[in-house]
Design a protein around this ligand. Structure first.
Ligand code: C2E
Ligand code: MG
Ligand code: MG
Ligand code: MG
Length: 276
């Protein structure tokens, strides 16, 4: 009987798996046409410099599927990367974000996430320079965010690309710091302007002493290297107070502002000048 039960379980399991796989296949197929069909849009989340000024926004890609609805980037970006679509999509985000930033006050920056697909395709620095030129955005108003996972492959080529971008005046941020390999050699060799501490270390900051020690260490590390530090995923007043006391430079998180469509930014700025 035990054997039979085992087989039954296996059958149900594989049927459930099959449904999941079919859904993923369906998504994968729709992803191929999503760009042409205009299903992507970009939201912008404020970046706040302590004590209280908005200094820019991070562009975050969204996909609204006509049937499934909103699909999170953590689901579709890996698919787009493995299907070779991410470099084209990334270029679209870059153009959108830079064009949107030209409508903002001139001291605001826009941060765009780069995927490894964009490094793997030749000519990243030329594409960025051409995009800035085409939309008329000053290079120092663009910030490119990379994670350590992006830097793992083709390290010397990627170092060259980031150095060239840096010379153009584009700012470079190390995103999700602490969650990948966190090899300190990246910090020695790559031209980062900012380290972004992953929200994993921020979420329990008020109660967890280990998180506190790590965040303190990253702040000191960044400052010692002449870099700014941004805390991601700030959701409470208590976290802000702690981070401010410890000398963190910038904050990002739902407490300060959720990702919003470009059209909502004016209103957000009007209200936040009173609230912060
Ligand atoms: P990320 O670059 O680290 O972006 C921050 C993520 O944290 C965003 O998730 C944002 O919505 C979320 N977040 C912001 N504040 C809070 C908070 O207070 N609490 C919590 N729990 N989360 C917060 P999102 O938009 O789902 O994006 C996830 C990841 O997808 C991004 O992480 C980034 O790695 C990637 N991504 C998004 N847009 C793009 C893009 O245009 N290109 C590339 N290559 N990757 C992108
Ligand atoms: Mg980011
Ligand atoms: Mg991040
Ligand atoms: Mg992240």
């Amino acid at each position: 009987a035990a054997k039979k039960d085992g087989r039954g379980l296996a059958r149900t399991f594989s049927r459930a798996m099959l449904i999941v796989l079919e859904q993923r296949e369906m998504l994968r197929r729709s992803l191929r046409t999503a760009l042409q069909e205009g299903q992507f849009f970009v939201e912008y989340q404020p970046l706040v410099r302590l004590p209280s000024s908005v200094v820019g926004f991070e562009a975050l890609l969204r996909w609204r599927h006509p049937i499934v609805g909103l699909i999170p980037p953590s689901v579709f970006i890996p698919m787009a990367e493995s299907d070779g679509l991410m470099s084209e999509i990334g270029q679209w985000v870059l153009e959108q974000a830079c064009r949107t930033a030209t409508t903002w006050p001139a001291h605001f920056t826009v941060a765009v996430n780069l995927s490894s697909a964009e490094f793997l395709r030749e000519g990243l620095t030329d594409r960025v320079a051409q995009t800035l030129d085409a939309v008329g955005l000053r290079a120092d108003r663009l910030e490119l965010e990379v994670t350590e996972s992006v830097l793992l492959e083709r390290t010397t080529d990627n170092l060259d690309a980031l150095n060239t971008l840096n010379v153009l005046g584009v700012q470079i941020s190390l995103d999700d710091f602490g969650t990948y390999y966190s090899s300190l050699s990246y910090l020695k060799n790559f031209p980062f302007d900012t380290i972004k501490i992953d929200k994993y270390f921020i979420k329990d900051l008020e109660t967890d002493e280990k998180s506190q020690t790590i965040v303190r260490f990253v702040i000191a590390l960044a400052h010692g290297l002449g870099m700014r530090v941004t805390a991601e995923g700030v959701e409470t007043r208590g976290q802000i107070n702690w981070l401010q006391k410890e000398g963190c430079d910038q904050l990002q998180g739902y407490f300060l502002g959720v990702p919003m469509p470009a059209a909502a930014i004016d209103e957000f700025l009007r209200q936040s000048s009173l609230a912060l």
